[in-house]
Structures are given as C-alpha cells and as structure tokens.
Design a protein around this ligand. Structure first.
Ligand code: PMP
Length: 469
C-alpha cells in the first residue's frame, strides 16, 4: 500500500539535506551499539502498511516490520482508530498494574486466542514493555515455582539482552544454563538432518536430564522458540516439539515457549505452538501483541502462580495505548484469518525462493514457516564444513555438506535490496541469513515485488562478489 500524497504531512516531509544531516548527527551522537541503523541508513518519516517513506523522499517495502512487531504493517487503520479512541476518551495512559476497561478488553481478546485448555486455567503477568523483561519474568516464575535454579536452553537461541535472557541465549554466564541441541536440517550438528537429526537431538536432551553425571542439575525450566528467529529462521519440527513437551512433563520441568517473535499469526498459526498442538506451561509474548507499541506479558498455568506481591514489577506495565493497539491487532488477525493467509502466502514465497536456490550456488538454503522466511547465503567456492546434510555421521560426504556461511555476501544482498527499495533483516549464527518478516497484510502483488527485488539483489551481489572474490 503506497503512501499517497493526501496522507502526506508537510511538517515531516524531508529533503536529501535533512536526511543527510539526521544521519550525520546520529552517527556522531548515538551509541556504537546501534545495529539496524548501520545497515539501513534511512530516515523514516511516514509509513503505511508495507511501505516506509524516507526523509530523502525514497520509498521502501519494509520486510523488517520492526523486527516482527508489526503484524498489520505500519499505521493500520484499526490500530490508529483504537489508539485515537483511548486518546479521545480521556483515559489515563499509564496506570501501573491497575485494572482498566482497556486492559480488561486486552486480556479477554488475548485469552480468546490462546491454545484450547490453556486460557481457562491461565494467569497473565504484565511486564516491563520488552520481550526480554517477559523472559526474565518467565525464568523467575519457574524458579520460584520449582525451587530449582538452572535453566535448559538451546543452541542458536535468542531471548533478549537482560542478564537472564542473555544467559539463556548463550551470551553471559549469569545463570546456570544447560545448552541443548536445537534440531536443524541444513547445519545439523549430528550431520544427518531431517527426522533423524531431530531424534538424535531429543535423545541428547533426555540423556542430559536422566544421566545423574551429565553435569546439568535438574532444571527449573526449559525455554525454547518454536521457530528460532534471530538464530537464522529455523522451524522446530512439530514431532520434536511434542517430544520436548513429553520430556519436560514427565520430569516435572515447566516448559516455556518464547513466542515473542513467532506469535500473532506470523508462522501460519495464531501461536506457533498451535502447529504441534502442545500446551506449554508458560508463554512469553511481546512484539506484535502491542500492535506496534511496547507491550510484553507472560501467560502461565495457574498452578505456577506462587509469586508474592511485587515479585515482578515495572513502572511501564500499564501502557494503555499499547493494550488498545494490541487488542485491535489480535482481533483483526483472528477475524480476518491472517494466520491462514500467512501459511498459504508463506508457502508460495518459499517455493519461489527455492527457484533462486536452484539458480544460484550462493543460496545455500531457503527455509521458514508462514511469513517468517530465511535465505542462507554461503560461499560455494570454499570447502564444505563438517556438518553434513544427508550424510552419515561416520561417513562424511562432502558432496552434500553445506558450504561455509557468507556473511559478507549476505550484507551485500541487504545493501542491494536497500538500493532497490526493499528493507530486509539479517540473522543467523553467522549473520548470513537474509530474513523476511513482512506484515501479514501483504498483498500478492506486494509479495511478488518483494521477491523480484530480492532476486535482483542476489543477482547483483553475487556478480560483484564473484568479481571481487
Ligand atoms: N525472544 C525472542 C524470540 C526474540 O526474537 C526477541 C527479540 N528479537 C526477544 C525475546 C527480546 O525481545 P525485546 O527485544 O523486545 O527485548
């Protein structure tokens, strides 16, 4: 959906000089830790749906969607209407954890969408408005409920930047974390991929839990993403997820599903756990549930609710605008079947992207679920790495083994995309996976435009890479 002239607000219209000035001041004043701002030197001034307009007047198709926070794209009319309604009503905007009609409506709509059998006996805790704070709350909750302290988490996980979430992501040793293999086909740690790779990953998990000398004490909980996002768009097989549910239930270990990125229709089901039919003990939700504004909650089985008052607090737990925007988003996705739409369109986009994989040796893998899509760039000229797809662990088969990741090429593809007016994210263990997270409202024509621009970008980046490499 293009931004039309009539929607233009002349007060925030930029010029190339304004654009340059803002970027210059940003690099002079903002932290060296900035990320997207480095790879995407744009200055958004207006946006609608899939489209962002920069201060330089250029338009972009935005497949980053606020790192997956925009299920309905930018400034969807139902979201704006919900926000305006709260503003016009004179309701307070920040209320800590007090009850309000806006919050009541949000909880009702949220519980309406939750897996059957979960919502009837669930509690919700509103957290500081970031996914990472909700992850902290989940870890704290299961530790309080079980009286145990360690956590099980997976290779390639991303759960956030605060101490506990970072530790669960493999970033810092503040928390005792037992690390388990997340099943993946393309770079299967056991060299086999497919159902056998997932079976071996599950057995490893069982043996870590049941071997008294595994070095991993009985944990307070297991945290997993049903599709790893930042880890490179790796969907967990449904069977494996059911197995993890059984493994944890049999051993009284609460299972935490981090659906911060996968929730609200993104993967082709309302919640990604719906694909496998499992009911976790705790769900961590953020990003899209706030309809583009900051909101984060955990929802959990009421038996775990051993908390004392104030066990998890935070000033900004009561963001009324985010709750109203979130209620409108959840209802719109549910009423318009956008999860199903994500499933069919995502499958079609994956099929088309696989043609790109046949055409270009540098496209190593194409994978995803729903509208969470990843394209892994590799260096086909370099020797294969010792994790083979389709080979036996003891029979290293270099013909089918994946080549090394190529982060430079991936960065070049991202730049070429930007030159063609397409915003994509990079992710994956080696930052070599081009990620698409378009809004669930993307039309067929827009999806074709995205794929055309991406194909052109891969062609150009590959050509230049071959020339310089
Ligand atoms: N969990 C997952 C699965 C995520 O993808 C993210 C963010 N990308 C987080 C947690 C952390 O969320 P936030 O950045 O809002 O703290």
């Amino acid at each position: 959906m293009a931004v039309t002239e009539s929607e233009a607000d002349s007060t925030n219209r930029g010029t190339p000089a304004v654009h340059e000035g803002i970027l210059r001041r940003q690099s002079a004043r903002e932290s060296a830790a900035r990320t997207y701002a480095r790879a995407l030197p744009i200055v958004p001034v207006r946006a609608r749906g899939l489209t962002i307009e920069g201060a330089d007047g250029r338009r972009y198709l935005d497949c980053l969607s606020g790192a997956g926070a925009l299920a309905l794209g930018h400034n969807h009319p139902v979201v704006l209407e919900a926000i305006r309604k709260v503003l016009d009503s004179g309701a307070p905007l920040s209320v800590l954890d007090l009850a309000t009609p806006v919050k009541d409506a949000f909880i009702t709509e949220l519980f309406h969408t939750l897996p059957a059998g979960f919502a009837d006996r669930a509690r919700v805790q509103f957290c500081g408005p970031a996914g990472t704070d909700a992850v902290e709350a989940a870890l704290k909750l299961v530790r309080a409920a079980t009286g145990r302290s360690g956590i099980l988490a997976f290779t390639g996980a991303y759960h956030g930047m605060t101490a506990g979430a970072l530790a669960a992501s493999g970033g810092a040793p503040d928390l005792q974390v037992g690390r388990l293999p997340y099943p993946q086909d393309y770079r299967c740690p056991f060299g086999v991929g497919g159902p056998r790779g997932a079976e071996l990953a599950a057995r490893w998990t069982e043996s870590v839990l049941d071997d008294p000398k595994s070095g991993v004490p009985h944990p307070a909980g297991m945290i997993l993403e049903p599709v790893q996002g930042e880890g490179g768009v790796i969907p967990a097989p449904d069977d494996w997820l059911r197995r993890m549910r059984r493994v944890t239930a049999d051993r009284s270990i609460p299972l935490i599903a981090d659906e911060v990125q996968t929730g609200v229709g993104r993967t082709g089901a309302f919640w990604a756990v719906d694909h496998s039919g499992i009911t976790p003990d705790v769900m961590v939700l953020s990003k899209a549930i706030g309809g583009s504004l900051p909101l984060a909650v955990i929802v959990y089985r009421e038996e775990l609710d051993v908390w004392q008052p104030g066990a998890h607090a935070g000033t900004f737990r009561g963001n009324q605008l985010a709750m109203a925007a979130g209620t409108a988003t959840l209802a719109y996705v549910r009423e318009h079947g956008l999860a199903e739409r994500a499933a069919t369109l995502g499958a079609r986009m994956l099929t088309q992207l696989r043609q790109l994989q046949h055409e270009f040796a540098c496209v190593g893998d194409v994978r995803g679920r729903g509208l969470m899509i990843g394209v892994e760039l590799i260096d086909p000229a370099a020797a294969s790495v010792p994790e083979a797809r389709g080979s036996e662990p003891d029979g290293w088969d270099s013909a089918t083994a994946p080549h090394p990741a190529d982060p430079e090429l991936a960065a070049a593809v991202q730049r070429e995309c930007l030159d063609r007016g397409l915003i994509v994210e990079l992710g994956g263990r080696h930052n070599s996976v081009v990620r698409l997270l378009p809004p669930l409202t993307i039309s067929d024509e827009q999806a074709s435009a995205v794929l055309d621009r991406l194909a052109d970008a891969v062609t150009a980046a590959n050509r230049d890479h071959q020339r310089t490499g």
